[in-house]
Design a protein around this ligand. Sequence first.
Ligand code: AHR
Length: 360
Amino acid sequence: MKKKLLALLLTLTMALSLAACGGGEDAAEEPAGDEGTTNEEAAGGETSGDLINIGFAQVGHESDWRAASTNSAYEVFSEENGYNLSFSDADNDQAVQIQAVRTFIQQGMDYIIIDPITATGWDAVLTECEDAGIPVFIIDRTVDDSDKYVSWVGSDFTTEGKACGEWLKAYAEAKGITEINALVIEGSTGASATIGRTEGFKEVADREGWTILDSQNGDFTEAGGQEVMESYCQSYDGQFNVVICQNDNEAYGAMTAMDAAGVTYGVDGDVIIVSFDSNKPAVQHVLEGNMNATFECNPMAAPFVDEVIKQLEAGETPEKEIYMEESWFAAEDIVSEITVNGEAMPVIHVTQEVLDARPY
Ligand code: AHR
């Protein structure tokens, strides 16, 4: 009852602020897609009266990072913790993800979590959630064309990209490398993680006069990273000395491609290779010197959403934007600090102890 009242109040607040802003229509049309599979559908699609019913529209299962995010949601939104979680894996298809949200609305969820595959195309379905009085939380990636959600919890992707650039600048100086010819393997097109990391790195590259030879979509997958790197090895043979992979899995694929092409990389190689995410296997590669650095993207948003729900249920107003803490990891103890956005940030030299302490 309290929850319904809260939802109603939220709806009214969102409706009033929308009216004040003049509202806005979502230009994107979503084709009718497969709804995806939810655990609750597999179990009969039932919502529970005693527990908090929460639907999670996840991006997919493209990376180790994604698995960590999903596992964290299952741990936090467990029956033990008072939740009944319905999970949907959209397999990187936004139409499927939007349909999953609509299914959650029909099922009468108390709350909905969305990790938006792309940054745009959300206002229509978020309006439907608002009309149904269901509070929505956005995690990880951002929604850029609507503010009809309670809170967003995630990472500052542009800062991640800048941190990568600032580390590379300091590292190259320390190593006496005077010319940077970089190849970028991007994440999925239209994802805010891709947009932010690309822009952040490019800002430093432009400032420093580096050459970005090419920047292509590896879709945040190992297979995608390998495919792009295979083509780069042919097209830019002998011309590049840096590979920026926008996630760990792409880096694993890129290393396989460079092995096959006879290109050496990492601490003792000809090519500097870095990634984003900092999952344990990537940090292990950094420890072994196969990769030079990895820049963390924190997948543990679920505990923050749980906290926000508790705040809502206590009648409090949560923060609209919640940034999670992240660290930067490097193989060599050469650059211990970088300045990003005017703030001094430590770079962690990876030791066995650091690797053992990684939570995912
Ligand atoms: O949105 C976060 C990104 O998506 C992670 O970097 C990547 O691994 C995932 O697929």
